[in-house]
Write a protein that binds this ligand. Structure first.
Ligand code: FE
Length: 166
């Protein structure tokens, strides 16, 4: 009987160890993603000097602009939307659509130039998106967009600059 109890206890001990180990690994992974070395990397002071206040709070502090305030919201010209922080091409004008939300919206990103993370800021998981080159926060992506992707990239206009086609 005592032997059985010892076996059960050892088993519990081992499985707890297992969990702790797993948790440690997950925490480490999370930290790793925050410490990604971006190709364009600047200090807070350097970003502040380069960007407008609005761009700084959105790109570097993950703030959100008020809806219907971006001059890019109704822009229908041909061209490409680039990162306001580092000029990386992020969205093509042909993927822009009117979502009715008040934020510039696209159904597709320029693949490889946008990176994703999970954000729990408002109590539930949302997919946050940021520039893959400088890490600047852009907005969020949702699954209620139009065809062909069904994605709605809801982007702060202040995080973007528009470069018209020649
Ligand atoms: Fe960028």
């Amino acid at each position: 009987m005592l032997k059985n109890i010892v076996i059960v206890l050892s088993f519990l001990f081992i499985s707890c160890q297992g969990n702790t180990q797993e948790k440690k690994e997950k925490t480490a992974k999370k930290t790793d993603t925050k410490e990604i070395a971006y190709a364009v990397s600047k200090t807070e002071e350097e970003w502040k000097a380069q960007l407008t206040d609005m761009q700084f709070y959105i790109l570097r502090k993950a703030a959100t602009e008020n809806p219907f305030t971006s001059e890019l919201l109704d822009n229908k010209k041909d061209g490409v939307y680039v990162c306001a922080g580092c000029d990386t091409e992020l969205f093509k004008s042909e993927t822009k659509f009117d979502s009715g939300t008040g934020w510039p919206s696209f159904y597709q990103e320029i693949e490889g130039n946008v990176a994703y993370d999970t954000d729990y800021k408002i109590g539930y998981a949302r997919t946050e998106e940021h520039c893959a080159t400088c890490g600047g926060h852009l907005g969020h992506v949702f699954e209620d967009g139009p065809k062909p992707t069904g994605e709605r990239h809801c982007i702060n206009g202040a995080a973007l600059k528009f470069v018209p086609s020649k």
